[in-house]
Design a binder for this molecule. Structure first.
Ligand code: ASP
Length: 325
């Protein structure tokens, strides 16, 4: 018997078309297209629900959290859920959902790099792939999955690596969990990085700063003035910063702001390796937290979730450190 799948629409290029005057913009036709898409209706028993119809740069952590609550609510009535989303912030929404969802049923995000007016559409194929993965028994209890271009990725690992290609979504350093082949869904590996942080609210006041050669302290000072709860700095390499930022980082720490380092490099972990002023080891000894292999945008979301749950920098520090890879 066909499985019951709910497709929740949030918007993105998958639901957009080209207008000669305006460029690629949202349309209202996507839900109707899905309801009459024969390959879809023969793959599963599908219901469609529109959460929003926005370009994903308009997504906010609050909207992501509201979406996650809807997914949990609806999961009771379905065998699995597929979420369509814009590609620009998909990895953030999928990761936030991965952290806060309580359901263990398959939850699969998908999207399209090409709008409904483009040649060689990837959207319909990605939807079918996502629905097939959501129906598959091995997708149970895998955390939030992302299906693009016939590949299955873990939300924690996946990034949009290219602005235009259909194979833009990759799991940097780790590779996909599996493939959506014509005959069946195949899992190649299991992720061991699953975690759940159940909270009923988020703390939005967490900043992310990218380190650049010769940067000054304006952004760190801005976080201090705005009383951010935490600031993630995408540092250089293994987790290193310019030496002259030391007083500003100390001021942030003295102001009870958690300072968390991730790397602006694409893969690998930040480590307490370098002992020079503002090297990773030096910064860790000052009280800075090193975020392991977690990308800056994901470390920021995780801190939003942890502060939402505990609202206490000591507890957030403890739980953040406990779960670093
Ligand atoms: N700008 C679009 C969005 O994220 C890109 C896409 O969906 O591929 O909504």
């Amino acid at each position: 018997m066909n499985k019951n799948i709910l497709i929740i629409l949030t918007g993105g290029t998958i639901a957009m078309k080209l207008s000669e005057k305006l460029g690629v913009i949202p349309t209202s036709e996507f839900a109707d297209f899905l309801k009459s898409f024969p390959q879809l209706t023969s793959t599963a028993q599908v219901d469609v629900l529109e959460f929003s119809n926005i370009p994903s740069p308009y997504m906010t952590p609050e909207k992501m959290f509201e979406l996650a609550r809807l997914i949990d609510l609806k999961a009771v009535d379905y065998d699995g859920l597929v979420i369509t989303h814009g590609t620009d912030t998909l990895e953030e929404t999928a990761y936030l959902a991965d952290l806060v969802l309580t359901t263990r049923k398959p939850v699969v995000f998908t999207a399209a790099m090409r709008s409904g007016s483009d040649l060689g559409l990837d959207g319909p194929r990605n939807i079918i792939g996502a629905v097939r993965v959501a129906c598959h028994p091995d997708s149970y209890d895998k955390g939030v999955l992302v299906v693009m271009n016939d590949e299955i990725h873990a939300a924690r690992d996946v990034v949009k690596s290219d602005t235009g290609k259909v194979d833009a979504f990759i799991s940097l350093g780790y590779g996909p969990l599996g493939s959506v082949d014509p005959d069946r869904v195949v899992y190649h590996r299991q992720t061991i990085f699953q975690e759940s942080i159940w909270t009923d609210k988020l703390e939005p006041n967490i900043d992310l700063i990218k380190a650049t050669a010769g940067m000054d302290a304006r952004y760190i000072q801005c976080s201090i003035q705005h009383k951010a709860k935490a600031v993630v700095i995408e540092a250089m390499g293994r987790g290193n910063l310019p030496d002259y930022l030391e007083p500003d980082i100390r001021q942030a720490l003295d102001s009870n702001i958690l300072v968390v380092l991730s790397s602006r490099a694409y893969t690998g972990r930040v480590l307490p390796e370098y002992g020079y002023v503002c090297g990773g080891k030096y910064l860790q000894q000052m009280g800075v937290i090193l975020a392991g292999d977690l990308q800056g945008i994901k470390a920021r979301l995780k801190l939003m979730v942890l502060f939402g749950k505990y609202n206490d920098p000591l507890l957030v520090r403890k739980f953040f450190l406990d779960s670093i890879v």
